[in-house]
Write a protein that binds this ligand. Structure first.
Ligand code: SIN
Ligand code: FE2
Length: 241
């Protein structure tokens, strides 16, 4: 199996560099690529301690994306709603610790995007199989919206949908590849986002699967964030399809 060399619009897949999706949102192309092996080894230990499971939405629907967590807080969903919990509800145990390789990558990505003091206390691990998708939503179960979201893609490529601050705004379609990292915070922190149904060839390392790691500060911030003013960047919004 070979990696596709082009995205869904036929453009060559970029391997490095920074692409701005908003004044405080960007894709760091290939940032996780060189350490993908270490990340996957760490994830395999985490998922033996907190195996992937399909959670229920508050409406009682089983989610197609399988999930696990590591770090002091884990995102959970059930009939009682969405929330962060220090305990894995399936096993009644704390979530596995966040491996250093993951925490360090998240901090580095946040810094490159202009957020200098990101200290994640939660890492949600999403596992997508072909055909699975994540509908448009905002990440708003966290206590402090001054902290960014850092999202790492591994395995099969995906089309990330990055919308506006209202659900009705048509989202940009952003091709994400194995090793890409997306960061959004500040004025872009509450933008709607989702993932189109996964399709295409199996990934050479992971097989027919996409793994996404979403790092967040879910509890109170330890230190106030230091944010590089957006004017220091060259904002460029991805053109709508
Ligand atoms: C999420 O929004 O929780 C995950 C996004 C992704 O899988 O890229
Ligand atoms: Fe999200």
């Amino acid at each position: 199996m070979t990696m596709p060399l082009f995205d869904e619009d036929g453009d060559p897949a970029p391997k490095s560099g920074i692409e701005w999706l908003g004044s405080q949102a960007c894709v760091l192309r290939g940032l996780a690529l060189a350490r993908a092996d270490a990340l996957l080894a760490a994830l395999s230990i985490v998922s033996t301690q907190a195996p992937f499971r399909h959670m229920l939405t508050p409406g009682g629907v089983t989610m197609s994306v399988a999930m696990s967590n590591c770090g002091p807080l884990g995102w959970v969903s059930d009939r009682r709603g969405y929330r962060y919990s220090p305990v894995d509800p399936v096993y009644g145990q704390p979530w596995p610790a966040m491996p250093d390789a993951l925490r360090v990558l998240a901090g580095e990505a946040a810094r490159q995007a202009g957020f200098d003091t990101f200290e994640p206390d939660a890492c949600l691990i999403n596992r997508y199989e072909p055909g699975t998708r994540l509908s448009l939503h905002q990440d708003r179960d966290e206590q402090d919206f001054t902290q960014p979201i850092v999202s790492v893609s591994l395995g099969m490529p995906a089309t990330f949908l990055f919308g506006g601050l209202t659900r009705s705004e048509r989202p940009a379609r952003v091709a994400l590849w194995h090793g890409d990292v997306v960061v959004w915070g500040g004025v872009d922190r509450l933008r709607f986002h989702g993932v189109a149904p996964i399709k295409g060839d199996a990934h050479p390392l992971l097989g027919p699967v996409r793994i996404n790691l979403t790092f967040r500060r879910a509890g109170p911030a330890l230190t106030p964030p230091v944010v590089t003013p957006p004017s220091a960047h060259t904002p460029r919004r991805t053109a709508p399809p």
